[in-house]
Every structure is written in structure tokens, then in C-alpha cells.
Write a protein that binds this ligand. Structure first.
Ligand SMILES: O=C(O)CCC(=O)C(=O)O
Ligand SMILES: [Fe+2]
Length: 320
């Protein structure tokens, strides 16, 4: 495919940013990828702030003092940041590396092979594509993705084979859905103009995120964007829209040197569970409720079918 086909005025079908980045020896990005920036968008890079670290082994410690101290810290982390790093979680580093590698191999497939998983509906069990929701977005994001529903029903693409083997091992029991979202951010010739994934909060209860060694995640804290540098072999965890704590806005920026891969494991309530404000709060006088009842399925559909507009999807459903 030549450059003209890729950036032609109205390509009939969008190719991946991976193909775009590789086939053009470009020094500038197509205008459709230019993300409008605002004055308050700059990341705060001070050294005093870093996200809380939760030592998972202490959460399950047989020493009650250690355990309760860590539980307290977890509560504070959810309250203050909605985002924290999890260390000593017991998942072997080799498994995490193998997951990243399997996703890298998926993105290396040909456009035709990946096209098999293009998906028509946001709840299709396996979906591969580019940007976030290209049919409704004015600006395209410098990101390709692969989404797989892994629970309650397990799905896996046939290709690459490494994928299938790896994920079979990771099956779990229970009713709540878990969705794996792999993100690929190829090197971008003008990273300051593009955006990998714009500000959003995640649906669900808690998201666990791993990445290759390359930075790019930013989290909003006290109105400022903070660069996140996870410790090797740690998970990042963030609170989703369906937990009582405030879910936090985050985004992914891109760079001009390295391929970045991240994998978000999203855990939510059952798709048909109706979620609404807890009655205790309404009895305590927090009424009328700010949100009506909605199933998790309806919420995921709403978030995934619209564009990411820099706000949490919760704003969209808030009673005025
Ligand atoms: O790539 C990242 O660091 C963030 C990914 C993310 O926020 C998501 O997939 O929801
Ligand atoms: Fe996210």
C-alpha cells in the first residue's frame, strides 16, 4: 500500500497506525491525527508526586498489623488517586512478558489477518482496530488495539498460536466479565501533535495495566497530568466508573522512538447487573440520585459507541 492510499482524502477503510507509521517515511503526521491541545494539557513533571505503591504480599500477610496498615494505604490510594502500583502480586514476570509478546505478535499479523477481527459491534467478543471509535471521531488516535472478552466465556484469536496457549492458562471462575485490551502505540514522527488515547476513565470495577518498558501513561491528579513510571514487574491498578471511589482520568501519549504496548485487563460486574447509587446514600439524604439504574452492558455500549471527549462517561449519564 502506498502513502497516497493511506492518507488519501477519504480512505474507505482505515488501516492501522502501525501500517501508516511503517509505510511512510514521514516527517509529519496526516492532519487527521492532529489532536487539539489546550493550555492546561501539559504534564506536570515535578519529582514530588508519584502514585501510591501497594505491596500485595502485605495485603495477605499473616501479621495483622502489617495487613491492616496496607489496607489503610489501599483505601487512601483509592481516595486520593484512584490509581496505584501493585508490587509482589505473585504473577510471574515471565507470564507478563509472554502476554506482551503474544500481543506484539498479533499486531505483526498482516492487515488482512487482523481484518478478520474487525468486529461490527462494540460487544463482539474479539475486536481489532485502530484509534478508539473511528466512525464518530473527528481526530484519529495514534493507537491500534485488540479487545478480547475472556470471561465469563473465553475467546482467543487463532493467530498467533502463542496467544491461545497463554490465555487458556489464565481462565478463572466467577460470573463477572473480564476484557483484555491490548494497545499498540507505534513511534510517531510528531508525538507532540498526536495522542495515543485521550483522557477517559474506565468502565467497570478495577483495571489492571501492564506495559513494555516504554512510558506514555499519564494520570490526572489534582487537576494536573502526572507521568507514570511503573516499577519493573508491577501492575498498575485503577478504579473504574462502577466503584464508589472516584474513577480517575488518564490518557496515553506517544513518542517518536519506541513501540509502546500496554495491556489493560478490565474487570466489571456481570453484564446484566443493574448498577445504581447505593440505597444507603439515598436514605442518608443524598437524593435525588445523581444517576439512574443502568446495566453494565448498557454502560459499556454507551462508552464504546461514543467518542472519548476528555471526560468520564459518567458525566454523560448524570441527572442534571
Ligand atoms: O496505554 C495506556 O497506558 C493506557 C491504556 C488505557 O487507558 C485503556 O486501555 O483503557
Ligand atoms: Fe483506560
Amino acid at each position: 500500500m502506498d502513502a497516497a492510499t493511506l492518507i488519501g482524502s477519504q480512505p474507505s477503510k482505515l488501516t492501522s497506525v502501525k501500517a501508516l507509521a511503517e509505510s511512510l517515511h514521514l516527517s509529519s503526521i496526516p492532519s487527521s491525527y492532529t489532536f487539539p491541545k489546550h493550555a492546561n494539557d501539559e504534564a506536570y513533571s515535578g519529582t514530588t508526586e508519584s502514585i501510591p505503591i501497594i505491596d500485595f504480599s502485605l495485603l495477605t500477610s499473616s501479621n495483622p498489623v502489617e495487613r491492616s496498615k496496607m489496607i489503610q494505604e489501599l483505601g487512601n490510594a483509592c481516595q486520593d488517586w484512584g490509581f496505584f502500583m501493585v508490587t509482589n502480586h505473585g504473577v510471574p514476570e515471565s507470564t507478563m512478558k509472554a502476554m506482551i509478546e503474544a500481543c506484539r505478535q498479533f499486531f505483526e499479523l498482516t492487515e488482512e489477518e487482523k481484518g478478520e477481527y474487525e468486529g461490527k459491534h462494540v460487544l463482539d467478543p474479539i475486536r481489532s482496530g485502530t484509534s478508539f471509535n473511528a466512525s464518530v471521531e473527528k481526530v484519529l488516535y495514534w493507537r491500534d488495539y485488540l479487545k478480547i472478552f475472556q470471561h465469563p466465556q473465553f475467546h482467543s484469536p487463532n493467530n498467533p498460536p502463542a496467544f491461545r496457549k497463554l490465555h487458556r492458562k489464565g481462565r478463572k471462575s466467577g460470573k463477572q466479565p473480564s476484557i483484555m485490551i491490548a494497545n499498540l502505540y507505534p513511534p510517531c514522527p510528531q508525538p507532540e501533535l498526536a495522542m495515543g488515547l485521550p483522557a477517559h476513565s474506565d468502565h467497570g470495577l478495577v483495571t489492571l495495566l501492564i506495559q513494555n518498558e516504554i512510558g506514555g501513561l499519564q494520570v490526572q491528579h489534582n487537576g494536573k497530568w502526572v507521568n507514570i513510571h511503573p516499577l519493573p514487574n508491577s501492575f498498575l491498578a485503577n478504579i473504574g466508573d462502577h466503584v464508589e471511589y472516584k474513577s480517575v482520568l488518564h490518557r496515553a501519549v506517544v513518542n517518536n522512538k519506541h513501540v509502546r504496548i500496554s495491556i489493560a485487563l478490565s474487570n466489571g460486574p456481570a453484564l446484566d447487573a443493574a448498577v445504581s447509587p447505593a440505597s444507603k446514600f439515598l436514605e442518608d439524604g443524598w437524593s435525588p440520585p445523581a444517576y439512574g439504574a443502568m446495566t453494565y452492558r448498557e454502560y459499556v455500549e454507551l462508552q464504546q459507541s461514543n467518542k472519548l471527549d476528555g471526560k468520564s462517561c459518567l458525566e454523560r449519564i448524570r441527572n442534571s
